[in-house]
Design a binder for this molecule. Structure first.
Ligand SMILES: *[C@@H]1O[C@H](CO)[C@@H](O)[C@H](O)[C@H]1NC(C)=O
Length: 244
């Protein structure tokens, strides 16, 4: 009897695990900000499109990543923008804690658009754009990135995720220096992202192919990292920004 019970419990657990793996259900909403694990320090000007977003909501604040896609727009995740009251946009940063570093541009905006089919229950269409209050000044520290379009899934290609998120589970603050990690797309191992990297870019061959959407609750275990596929949203992005 005891053995049967254990088997049943194991069977149930396996079923749940299989569902999670098959459908990539997001974990609970509170842990939906993501960060890079096992990455390395970026150097100044290496990822000039990388953007930091300090976002204020009614009862809390959060940090998300983003990417500059035109002088006037930053691409990020819908779940970062939902309920946002104001957004402090930081461009050209390497050490996110160093407000006086060369090349940095910072401004505050309240203007953004979330994908109308954003579904917070299933993390579908996790895409949004932030409109800058004044145009970014493009230079060696601040550049825009091209967003992917077309039908390429980028499966099995090398991708690079970039962000300032925490680098291990118990870390309380962001990592000062921008981190990046390269991995095969859709085949993430121990390296990935965790809290703080949400909304940041996944790039491949100099083009943005993904937006950091969600991962699993623990940052240190081997679990898939999930990105919104930018090419599927290229028309929406064009319609809602000034990129052509
Ligand atoms: C980042 O900048 C802050 C503020 O200037 C400084 O205290 C910190 O040491 C810097 N971090 C690194 C890793 O250089």
């Amino acid at each position: 009897m005891a053995i049967i019970l254990i088997l049943l419990i194991c069977g149930t657990v396996n079923l749940v695990t299989a569902q999670v793996a098959d459908f990539l259900y997001p974990f609970n909403h509170l842990s939906s900000q993501l960060r890079i694990v096992g990455g390395q320090d970026a150097s100044a000007k290496q990822f000039p499109f990388q953007t930091g977003l300090y976002i204020s909501y009614q009862l809390k604040s959060a940090f998300c990543g983003g990417s500059l896609i035109s002088e006037n727009y930053v691409l990020t995740a819908a779940h970062c923008l939902e309920g946002a009251l104001s957004i402090n946009v930081v461009l050209g940063a390497l050490n996110i804690s160093d407000e006086s570093e060369p090349g940095r541009q910072s401004q505050t905006t309240t203007s953004y658009t979330i994908h109308p089919q954003w579904d917070s229950s299933y993390y579908k269409n996790d895409v949004g754009v932030v409109r800058l209050s004044s145009p970014a000044i493009l230079n060696e520290y601040v550049q825009k990135i091209t967003v992917a379009s077309g039908v390429d899934t980028y499966a099995n290609q090398q991708g690079t995720v970039i962000g300032w998120g925490k680098t291990y589970d118990d870390q309380q603050t962001l990592t000062d220096i921008l981190q990046y990690v390269s991995n095969k797309i859709y085949r993430e191992g121990n390296k990935g992202f965790c809290q703080g990297d949400s909304g940041g870019p996944l790039i491949s061959n100099g083009v943005q192919v993904g937006i950091v959407s969600f991962s699993y609750k623990s940052c240190q275990v081997s679990m898939p990292s999930v990105f919104a596929r930018v090419s599927e949203f290229s028309e929406w992005i064009k319609d809602n920004t000034d990129i052509v």
